[in-house]
Design a protein around this ligand. Structure first.
Ligand code: SAM
Length: 472
């Protein structure tokens, strides 16, 4: 076996996978699998007796056919980087599923590159950090990490994922808030048979009025049922009484996201709220459904789950730093921001990042419910390549300038031989230009099929991981 290729002859491959040698030859001719020689080198023409094929490539290809994704595979794709056999629970392992986030990459992709190109103790930067996947994986792989993101809520998610907790205390805080909101909700829905000392009947109306007075968001009043709104406002009011406030915000935000008046199949990009109690045909459940009218069910679902996930990460994590910086990567004063940390003055060993792509996602808007609930300051105007600016030639031009400006700003802090990995679905072929404008050269390109996303509902597509280095 050479590397992970498992090279065999055509006949051996056919016998192992239960096909005929003719089938295997057909896959080669259609460019679905590659030809190798006996040394494991890719070849165009085979000399007598030297033709080998890769069993692992064939297995990936056949599993894609089984899933109906054949068209997303060709011999130029790196078969390992498809991670086709990684089950859902591993793609969303521990803290990676603390909060949904459209556009995150799978942890196995980060792991693959970090373990091959970096070593323990290195400093890894992600200038477009998103929900912090690079930081979590760097920490798990014993490396320091720094993440920058323009969106305050993304920074909150990343901080919550990477924070070192007193796990027992975090668990008891989450469960205590869950219990208090459950009691409140019981009194809200069945006041006659739940005499609770915290909520005497005569005070309940006052409490509800007080909670509603704390809400000045038309969005919240429109996108949530009356009971849902009261439960989430009550939860929000409890948060300042606890130590792990951001962790509680993430539990609440995740519950709130799933409690909007939207169809169950449309949580990622809902267009408008449904009327309370309105029946609709649900594509997800294949039956009539009504939008959820409370937040409690989701608070129950996510409270224990969050406590379990941070405990799981706590068993794997290292003591390396994970520094989250909120701001614009084109202007962030990194030296000053790191000056009091134990990695002050150190050069950056490498970058692993997936920048926003032109006209794909509005990164603030995808979490509008959290901005409305917690009042974080939005910085939409500084997002590079947002969906609302489209994909026109001009939008592409602005995007190229924006991403190149961020790299130019950061590169002086990267070691001369630092390794820079940029994950992009570069369908407009903008990255060669971005590399040139930033003073980087593209060393290698890895192509991967993205057939399973961390988030559900995305179409399969291909993406490239550009391995770049600074021009000397
Ligand atoms: C594709 S996402 C990164 C996802 C990340 N890899 C993950 O796994 O969660 C790109 C991120 O770039 C951020 N961003 C956009 N413009 C930015 C800017 N000017 N400075 C810093 N971050 C920016 C967006 O807020 C978004 O979170």
């Amino acid at each position: 076996m050479i590397g992970n290729l498992e090279l065999v002859s055509l006949e051996e491959a056919a016998a192992v996978v239960g096909k005929t040698p003719h089938n295997i030859r057909d896959y080669i001719q259609r460019g679905r699998i590659a030809k190798y020689n006996t040394h494991g080198e890719r070849i165009v023409r085979a000399r007598n007796g030297e033709l080998r094929v890769s069993l692992s490539e064939i297995r990936v290809f056949l599993s894609l056919i089984e899933q109906g994704n054949e068209k997303h595979h060709h011999a130029g794709l790196n078969s390992e980087l498809g991670f086709h056999n990684v089950p859902e629970y591993q793609r969303t392992k521990h803290v990676h599923r603390l909060h949904p986030y459209l556009g995150k990459f799978i942890p196995q992709l980060v792991e693959w590159f970090l373990s091959r190109y970096f070593k323990a103790g290195d400093v890894i930067l992600d200038p477009f950090m998103g929900s912090g996947t690079t930081l979590v994986q760097s920490n798990e792989q014993d490396m320091h990490s720094i993440g920058i993101d323009i969106s305050p809520f993304n920074c909150l998610i990343a901080r919550v994922k990477t924070e070192k907790y007193d796990v027992g205390k975090a668990r008891s805080e989450i469960l205590e808030v869950e219990k208090r909101v459950t009691n409140f909700s019981r009194h809200l829905t069945e006041p006659q048979n739940a005499p609770l000392p915290l909520f005497p009947e005569d005070k309940m109306e006052e409490l509800k009025a007080g909670l509603l007075a704390e809400c000045d968001s038309d969005y919240l009043k429109t996108w949530f049922a009356p009971r849902t709104l009261l439960e989430m406002l009550y939860y929000r009011r409890l948060i300042p009484h606890y130590s792990y406030q951001d962790l509680l915000r993430v539990v609440l935000s995740r519950a709130v996201r799933s409690s909007r008046l939207v169809p169950h199949y449309d949580l990622a990009t809902p267009k408008s709220p449904l009327p309370v109690g309105e029946r609709y045909w649900c594509r997800k459940h294949n039956r009539d459904c009504v939008p959820i009218d409370n937040c409690l069910v989701k608070i129950h679902a996510y409270s224990g789950d969050t406590a379990r996930r941070i405990a799981e990460f706590d068993r794997l994590r290292s003591d390396r730093l994970a520094i989250v910086l909120q701001g614009d990567s084109r202007t962030m004063g990194l030296n000053a921001a790191l000056s009091t940390s134990s990695i002050a003055g150190r050069s950056i060993d490498g970058i692993f990042t997936s920048p926003p792509y032109v006209g794909q996602i509005d990164y603030h808007d995808q979490h509008i419910y959290a901005y409305e609930l917690f009042g974080f300051l939005r910085k939409d105007e500084l997002e590079i390549g947002p969906k609302k600016r489209g994909k026109s030639k001009q939008a592409q031009q602005e995007y190229v300038e924006g991403i190149a400006a961020a790299f130019r700003h950061i590169l002086p802090l990267v070691k001369p031989d630092g390794k820079i990995f940029v994950v992009a679905n570069d369908r407009f072929q903008l990255y060669p230009d971005i590399a040139r404008r930033s003073g980087m050269m593209i060393v290698e390109e890895f192509h991967r099929a993205v057939t399973k996303r961390t988030e559900q509902g995305d179409d399969p597509y291909q993406e490239t991981i550009f391995f770049m280095m600074k021009e000397i």
